[in-house]
Design a protein around this ligand. Structure first.
Ligand SMILES: Cc1ncc(COP(=O)(O)O)c(C=O)c1O
Length: 462
């Protein structure tokens, strides 16, 4: 089995796709599928049928032969076939050798002994985010990890205590930031600086972000942004923003929930201070050792208190030293034993992911997203459209997701119509649907079929 590579490739080096006049035909979509370099991956996933996704029972896959159109890559993607093999192996190992599963490598198991599984998953994920294996820990939930990371990296002082965040930060990120500020004795109303777009727009320019950094640098401790904004699908310029903010002596963290595995990242080379993401199991990136952090934070502004560390425990050792010494690298953040069921699922999924490269994923992702955009917009004048795509039109400023803003009052009915047609995508009240094809299993024909159904459904409102 190959392993994933994350070639340092600027997304702009991939030619921006253009489409001929016959692109609106089903035959054209099928011809793109015929040339798709990733097409063999689809069979490694369980594609639910139309009837399956509408079922109110836990139905066995394959209720009918007609596949659903699954465009929920931004949230929970489809199940790779390998996952059930990995989870079943875990159950079989538990039922046959019980606790020995923690310490014994089995000849016919695709997984390593359980006590090394989190480390193994971190190694496998490191190239996906462009990190060293020692900089990644696979653990907990994203929000829990953000709390732990902020416990180390957010070191407010009387002068520098603000956190700069996105105006539409994911709600749990917003609450986590708020509670960290409050927990350190500061006032969230004064310390949370929100960066938003211009009135009536959705895209936030890098220049705007840099100007907010400039404005608040002398009073700000931390910048925490999403790599890809969950609502609009905008991909931020992580490297440029990180460098700029660090020059102004800010610590820089990223919520990569929607960016990891979607777009090429180089967290190590970009000198990102910390990041957190999830793909079934949450993971974090830290460029400092827990041990270093105990002595002094990276900013050198203040000493990391023991209290902020109280909930972090070293991996179990047989001799249980009374003095807490965290493991080196990001794994020092590991809080208690990780869930083996979660890790088995993750390792199953990574076994498929690791047969390709981020460059190959990105290439298809740019093409399939551009094709979706092209079909959505073609055939209707801008002034006559009942929707607007709020994701940046520049392919280098987005991942696979397109967020479509509908005219008011259509979301619920339109979502029901899409569901009845066997389409799974995501709605965000009041008026946005998020359409996120996945390069590993979605086809260009999926995109073509989706757009026909979407436009026919919208026409019923006229
Ligand atoms: C952008 C983003 N951040 C944070 C979270 C929260 O993740 P968790 O439930 O693992 O804490 C999510 C969950 O969907 C998310 O999409």
């Amino acid at each position: 089995m190959g392993s994933i590579t994350n070639d340092q490739q600027s997304p702009l080096k991939v030619a921006i796709p253009t489409f001929p006049s016959e692109a609106n035909t089903k035959e054209y979509a099928q011809s793109l599928d015929g040339k798709d370099h990733m097409r063999s991956f689809r069979e490694q996933f369980i594609i639910p049928s139309r009837e399956n996704v509408q079922s109110k029972k836990v139905a066995k896959p394959g209720l009918s032969n007609e596949p659903s159109i699954y465009f929920c890559g931004n949230s929970l993607g489809l199940q790779p076939r390998a996952v059930s093999e990995y989870v079943q192996t875990y159950l079989d190992t538990w039922s046959s050798i019980g606790v020995h599963g923690h310490f014994r490598d089995l000849e016919d198991s695709p997984m390593t002994q359980w006590q090394l599984l989190a480390e193994h998953a971190s190694k496998q994920q490191a190239p996906i985010v462009g990190a060293l294996p020692s900089e990644v820990a696979t653990m907990g939930s994203l929000t829990m990890n953000l709390h732990l990371l902020m416990a180390s990296f957010y070191t407010p002082t009387a002068i520098k205590n603000k956190i700069i965040l996105d105006w539409k930060a994911f709600p749990s990120d917003h609450y986590a930031i708020e509670s960290q500020i409050r927990g350190r004795g500061y006032d969230p109303a004064e310390c949370m600086i929100m960066i938003g777009p211009k009135e009536g727009e959705y895209e936030i320019s890098t220049e705007k972000i840099l100007s907010v950094i400039d404005e608040h640098a002398s009073t700000t401790a931390l910048l925490l942004l999403p790599g890809i904004q969950y609502y609009t699908g905008q991909l931020f310029e992580i490297q440029r923003i990180t460098k700029y903010a660090q020059l102004k002596r800010l610590i820089v963290g990223w919520d990569l929930a929607h960016a990891a595995g979607n777009v090429p990242l180089q967290l190590h080379d970009w000198n990102v201070d910390f990041a957190a993401w999830y793909r079934m199991k949450a993971s974090l990136f830290s460029d400092i050792d827990c041990l270093d952090g105990m002595e002094e934070t990276k900013s050198g502004d203040s000493t990391w208190t023991t209290a902020s560390f109280a909930s972090t425990f070293a991996r179990r050792t047989t001799d249980f030293p009374s003095e807490f010494r965290p493991s080196t690298g990001a794994s020092g953040y590991q809080v208690s034993n990780p869930s083996i069921v979660d890790l088995a699922s993750l390792c199953g999924a990574l076994s498929v992911f690791n047969q390709t490269s981020m460059a190959d994923i990105r290439e298809k992702s740019m093409q399939i997203t551009a094709y979706l955009e092209h079909l959505l917009y073609s055939g209707t004048e801008e002034s006559n459209r009942a929707f607007r795509i709020i994701t940046p039109s520049d392919p280098s400023a987005r991942g696979t997701q397109l967020s479509v803003l509908l005219k008011p009052g259509r979301l619920e009915t339109l979502s029901e119509m899409l569901e009845e047609a066997g389409i799974v995508c995501d709605k965000r009240k009041p008026d946005v649907i998020r359409i996120a094809p996945v390069p590993l299993y979605n086809t260009y024909e999926d995109v073509w079929n989706f757009v026909q159904i979407f436009k026919a459904a919208l026409a019923k409102f006229e």
